[in-house]
Design a protein around this ligand. Structure first.
Ligand SMILES: [Zn+2]
Length: 258
């Protein structure tokens, strides 16, 4: 970190920390934050303070951003980077929040080359070097009560980490002590295994959305890693090991998960 940046960071932490009562009020209802140790929660508050200074929040569809909304997003967005650092979220600044699912219109080309205009309702979306867009309704649902493998904030920010290596392709920049080969083989095998099971109508451990492409596989896998780490570790130990090495942490399982 260069000197100016380091000074600014220290200045923000010292003079503009997130007030503790506000932090406590919002995060006491977030199982993903509460399952962390005291030390980790202190680090999360610090990272969230810096996150809130660096990022801008824009309400869309008539939504006014409240402290609850900003802290709910910041505190959970900082869980994946707890041991990676806030620089992992460099290169973009804006978070756009809609009250509910937002409509996206896209052109889809089918197997016959015919282009269809498709409209879909989304709960979250990450743009390369651009904003992260969310539905507050979906964030609230996933944040108040942890469902195994479902956490829209973790999902979209996992895409942001993935995009650090260029376009999202399920391969974020790995650490020097990690093997590119081990990562590719482990995630590829698991992705093909999931697709085979879905085609054969066999039950699958991971949510079927993970089969969409390698980028979605990494994002859904990250949701599992942070919402149900013990389950992932016992059912898919190799996948768990790769994610623990990448995120540089071994999360605890939140209480009362579905
Ligand atoms: Zn996604």
């Amino acid at each position: 970190m260069n000197i100016i940046r380091q000074w600014r960071t220290l200045h923000i932490i010292k003079h503009h920390p997130l007030p503790y009562f506000l932090w406590r009020e919002v995060t006491k209802g977030l199982p993903l934050v509460q399952c962390r140790s005291i030390k980790e929660r202190a680090r999360l508050r610090l990272l969230s303070t810096l996150f809130l200074h660096k990022k801008t929040f824009t309400g869309a569809g008539g939504l006014t951003i409240s402290n609850e909304m900003a802290i709910t997003i910041a505190s959970q967005a900082c869980i994946p980077i707890l041991h990676l650092g806030l620089n992992s979220y460099d290169g973009w600044v804006e978070i756009i929040l809609y009250p509910g699912a937002f409509e996206v219109k896209r052109n889809i080309t089918d197997e016959n080359g015919i282009v269809h205009r498709q409209t879909s309702g989304l709960s979250g979306e990450s743009w390369q070097r651009g904003p992260v867009i969310f539905s507050w309704q979906d964030i609230k649902r996933d944040s108040d009560h942890v469902m195994k493998g479902h956490q829209v904030v973790i999902h979209e920010f996992a895409h942001k980490l993935d995009m650090l290596s260029g376009r999202a392709n399920g391969m974020p920049p790995l650490h020097p002590d990690m093997s590119l080969n081990d990562w590719s083989i482990t995630l590829n095998e698991a992705w093909h295994h999931l697709k085979d099971n879905l085609i054969a109508h066999r039950p699958t451990y991971l949510n079927s959305y993970a089969a969409t492409n390698p980028a979605e596989f990494f994002a859904v896998l990250s949701e599992f890693f942070f919402t149900a780490p013990d389950s992932l570790k016992s059912h898919r130990p190799k996948l768990y090991a790769q994610l623990a090495a990448y995120y540089r942490q071994q999360p605890s399982t939140p209480k009362n998960i579905d």
